[in-house]
Design a protein around this ligand. Structure first.
Ligand code: DX5
Ligand code: ZN
Length: 223
């Protein structure tokens, strides 16, 4: 399906993984002012992915820096025991990976039980069929276009997966975000939008030039 069939406008979710961690609150305020639609927060456990970032207390302290939706991408396993902490810290969307626990359906139920939006993420090697039977529970599908763990990696073409998920969303007949994460720049953003994506995560492409570039960088990703 093409962008013309995307029912929601394109939104940009800067990933604070590429921000200056020594002034993280200022960075969140800056991307908010620069036009970010979501604040994308990459939570890594050094186990599911080979990197460590931040936990729920950091999310809670950043909450006062922006009213924009906090899009919390959990790259942790087991994920279920920490869902409540992130919801109480102020997450608006909590996304778990298909591989993050033994029972994806239960995980998504647990997220929704906290009163927040539920997302599910597919690694580059994870087939879209793994989410076919949970589409009724999800508010967001996150397609990884890099292997999770680090910013600044090269984009892996996932256009066929984006198109397949767009068709699955159309069959649900309600708004579900279709987000792509990893290696997004103005060129790959345009390609993802054409394939059916409507939320683009970007770390390097937003934060790369320092605060004076944030607004222009976000604008350049809108396609
Ligand atoms: C990777 C993270 C991404 C990452 C994107 O595991 O989920 O959100 O920050 O960074 P860039 O845009 O630099 O590829
Ligand atoms: Zn992410």
């Amino acid at each position: 399906m093409s962008a013309q069939n995307t029912s929601q406008p394109v939104r940009i979710a800067p990933s604070i993984l590429s921000a200056d961690f020594s002034i993280l609150g200022d960075e969140v305020r800056a991307i908010d002012a620069a036009g970010a639609d979501y604040i994308h927060i990459d939570v890594m456990d050094g186990h599911f992915v080979p990197n460590l970032t931040f936990g729920a207390p950091v999310v809670k302290s950043l909450r006062k820096c922006s009213k924009k939706p906090f899009d919390v991408h959990l790259m942790i396993t087991p994920v279920d025991p920490l869902i409540k902490d992130f919801a109480e810290a102020g997450a608006d969307i909590i996304t778990a990976h298909v591989e993050a626990g033994p029972h994806l359906h239960r995980t998504l139920q647990a997220i929704k039980a906290q009163g927040v939006k539920a997302g599910v993420s597919l690694n580059p090697a994870t087939p879209v069929s793994t989410i076919a039977h949970v589409m009724d529970l999800v508010d967001l599908v996150l397609i990884m276009s890099v292997n999770p763990g680090f910013g600044g990696q090269s984009f892996i073409p996932v256009f066929d997966k984006i198109a397949d998920v767009r068709a699955m969303i159309a069959a649900q007949n309600r708004p579900i975000d279709l987000e792509v994460d990893g290696g997004i720049n103005p060129q790959t953003a345009r390609q993802c939008i054409e394939a059916g994506a409507d939320v683009l995560v970007a770390g390097t492409a937003v934060f790369g030039d320092g605060p004076s570039g944030y607004a222009d960088n976000i604008k350049a990703l809108r396609g």
